[in-house]
Design a protein around this ligand. Sequence first.
Ligand SMILES: [Zn+2]
Length: 176
Amino acid sequence: MMGARKPVVEVRRSQRRRRTVSAYRDGERVVVLIPAQFSRAEESEWVDRMLARLAAREGRLARSDAELRARATRLIKLYLAEHGTPAVPASIRWVTNQNGRWGSCTPADGTIRISHRVQDMPDWVIDYVLLHELVHLIVPSHNARFWALVARYPKSERARGYLEGIAAASGTPLTD
Ligand SMILES: [Zn+2]
């Protein structure tokens, strides 16, 4: 096995938390959020547990990038066929470090990243998020041509409503 470096862990204690613990990766660091009243022993136990959980989650994400690619290929064929190569991403993957956006795209190098927060949503919502980013490869800005292409997907409006609902409920202003 290659040397698995132990990540730099930053523990943040929160007065508002009672029992819930969460962790996320922030660049090279892992931030672990724990309740303020946890003892040192509880802290260390939970840090180990959350690192294991994060590693498992990332392993799962890595495996499903291929599935994401297959999904994109199908959407391009269905809705963007006449655009050919420009609509095909150079790279497409799930990411865990993107909490303020459902998906993002860099037209210059053809890369698409989809937030892991979308992973447990219904298929028709994942398809919308993906198609949205695929269309950005052809039209970078949110202009009329962009929305006309997105609207080819029949559930676009419904999916946008679904995502707005989630963003409002979580209190996070998510952008697309
Ligand atoms: Zn967009």
